[in-house]
Design a protein around this ligand. Structure first.
Ligand code: NCD
Length: 314
């Protein structure tokens, strides 16, 4: 398939990969997108690879998307989710993972509530690690599929204006999007209530705005994020009703613009809170394309990481 090589043996976060890595992932994903649209959607590329999907936090899309990507590449797949496991009996992360690895696993795809859990593991185990979300820190494959979908729609990311709306403070998608889109040359703004925007986020080279109408006028694409109520131990907003009035993106706000903007959302959507249904389901929404592209992008990541393994047959 692709000639290039990634600069890193793990995908721990977008912070640790290069622009050339992202371009290589996109080129490879485009080829896999063709594959998954053929009548026979499966290729033998990872036939000799065993992948463990370890989910210590809830997931629907990401888990299914990784599993499908792995199966489309003919990998052997085992799945683990922490609910109902020995984690509840007090086992450490390293013990859980080492036990799974003694079953001769080559790659670990993991979601974990602790920021940095993947980095920690990468220092202690031999398997290649893919971060499927670490707490509020990074979610690299989501950012790659978001950026891939925007590039597909807008033609290029260089110079494009992308605004990330909503709960920036608790979102790992926000941070990974910022790293990824900046590396691809986009201009980035974040917009939400002051309590949900980290104080020093400007140091990442993004604009900050609290004005939704102005931000909608400014941007070419809007990535709308979910209010992460499960991560909020104090009240950051007076009420969801007020949030939706001021910060929710709806048709009325978009109709006031003199242009069309592209709408993305990583899911799951709180319909009627951060995004109204008429916008989520409109022709300008990329939400379902994001899900389709997610499989191709994850196939590309797994394939390119597997290509770095010295023990692979040619
Ligand atoms: C995101 C996540 O889990 O970080 N969802 C996803 O991976 N599709 C965003 C979210 O939960 O809001």
């Amino acid at each position: 398939m692709s000639e290039g090589k990634l600069s890193t043996n793990h995908l721990l976060g977008i912070k640790y990969i290069t622009t050339a890595d992202i371009e290589l992932i996109f080129d490879t994903a485009a080829k896999f997108k063709d594959v998954i649209n053929r009548p026979i959607k499966k290729v033998p590329s990872l036939r000799d690879i065993t992948i463990a999907n370890l989910f210590f936090e809830n997931s629907t899309r990401t888990k299914l998307s990784f599993e499908l990507a792995e199966k489309r590449l003919s990998a052997d797949v085992i799945n683990f989710s922490s609910s109902g496991s020995s984690v509840k009996k007090g086992e450490t992360l390293l013990d859980t993972v080492n036990n799974i690895l003694s079953m001769k696993v080559d790659m670990v795809v993991m979601r974990h509530p602790a920021p940095g859990a993947h980095y920690f593991l990468s220092q202690h185990i031999d398997a290649q690690i893919v971060n499927a979300g670490d707490g509020t820190h990074e979610h690299p494959t989501q950012a790659l599929l978001d950026a891939y979908s925007m590039k597909e729609k807008l033609g290029t990311l260089r110079g494009k204006k992308i605004c990330i709306f909503g709960d920036i403070l608790h979102s790992r998608v926000a941070l990974s999007n910022i790293y990824c889109l900046k590396k691809m040359g986009a201009k980035i703004r974040v917009c939400g209530p002051p309590t949900l925007i980290p104080k020093h986020i400007g140091s990442l080279g993004v604009e900050v705005s609290y004005d939704v109408d102005d931000s909608l006028r400014w941007c070419d694409a809007a990535n709308v994020l979910r209010i992460q109520l499960e991560r909020q131990d104090i009240k950051y907003i007076p009420s969801l009703r007020e949030y939706s009035m001021y910060y929710g993106i709806n048709k009325q706000k978009l109709d006031n613009l003199d242009k069309q903007i592209t709408i993305l959302h990583p899911g799951p959507i709180n319909r009627g809170i951060e995004l109204s249904s008429d916008v989520a389901d409109s022709e300008h929404s990329l939400i379902l394309q994001q899900v389709e592209n997610g499989v191709a992008v994850r196939m590309a990541v797994l394939f390119l990481l597997a290509n770095l393994r010295g023990d692979r047959a040619a």
